[in-house]
Design a protein around this ligand. Structure first.
Ligand code: ARG
Length: 255
């Protein structure tokens, strides 16, 4: 009788351990990441490939690993769909070269800054009339929808703005001479020129803004936001962040 009791106790103990174990690993199983994947070199798909690559992708994968997640799944969507997807809990985090703005910070938790950026003006190579932001008054400007580039364009007196789902589509509109300029993130426009865009386009004028990219987490999920920051700090300290930066930008971040 005593023996039976001991066995029952043992079974209950093992069962409790299993439940606890499962609970623990379930919470850390999969991190679901949203991005808008037409933003090279931060997030993009190589020709004939469905895999997402880029600095943001490498960084969030390293962060997920550092946080103890077994799996990190990337989901592509429109840039303006990312914050609603966080709200709806369809994704856990968004990494998309997203600038930390006061407006957005009201809706989401941002990580600490992970990349210094700014906006650039792109015009056709043969355009000698537009050399700076002052020359854009009343001009036709293409932007990516919901971006800081779009917000900057809206401040220009009399500008006629057309919004596109991706930066690439905005640049195509420039190529077709349907617009006079594109306003978009400098590192992305520079990469675009370097990848062949310089055949028809160039960057002009000063960098318009100074912006910081941050990783966004739902407003309600402060615990995850803290963990993301902790992981980012670790990767900055242990040299992993620098390694990824060098891989994608060919140099170390400016201190
Ligand atoms: N940095 C700009 C912003 O936050 C543009 C970001 C666009 N990102 C993208 N993956 N398409 O508004």
């Amino acid at each position: 009788m005593k023996k039976k009791f001991q066995i029952v106790c043992l079974c209950m103990f093992v069962f409790a351990l299993l439940v606890a174990g499962c609970g623990g690993s379930k919470a850390k199983k999969e991190l679901i990441v949203g991005t808008e994947p037409a933003f090279a070199p931060f997030e993009f798909q190589k020709e004939n490939s469905k895999d997402f690559v880029g600095f943001d992708i490498d960084l969030i994968q390293a962060i997920a690993k550092q946080m103890g997640y077994e799996k990190c799944t990337i989901q592509g969507m429109g840039f303006d769909a990312l914050i609603p997807a966080l709200d709806a809990k369809n994704i856990d985090v968004a990494i998309a070269g997203m600038t930390i703005t006061d407006e957005r910070a009201k809706k989401v938790n941002f990580s600490k800054p992970y990349y210094k950026s700014g906006l650039a003006i792109v015009v056709n190579k043969d355009n000698n009339a537009i050399n700076d932001i002052a020359d854009l008054k009343g001009k036709k400007i293409a932007v990516q929808i919901g971006t800081t580039g779009a917000m900057e364009a809206e401040k220009i007196a009399g500008a006629k703005i057309t919004s596109f789902n991706t930066n690439g589509e905005a640049c195509l509109e420039l190529k077709n001479k349907a617009v006079d300029a594109v306003i978009g993130d400098l590192p992305v426009e520079a990469y675009f020129l370097q990848q062949g865009g310089k055949d028809f386009a160039k960057i002009v004028g000063k960098t318009l803004t100074s912006e910081d990219y941050g990783i966004a987490v739902a407003k309600s999920n402060t615990a995850l936001a803290k963990d993301v920051d902790k992981a980012l700090d670790t990767l900055k300290q242990n040299g992993e962040y620098d390694k990824l930066y060098k891989k994608w930008f060919g140099e170390l971040p400016k201190k």
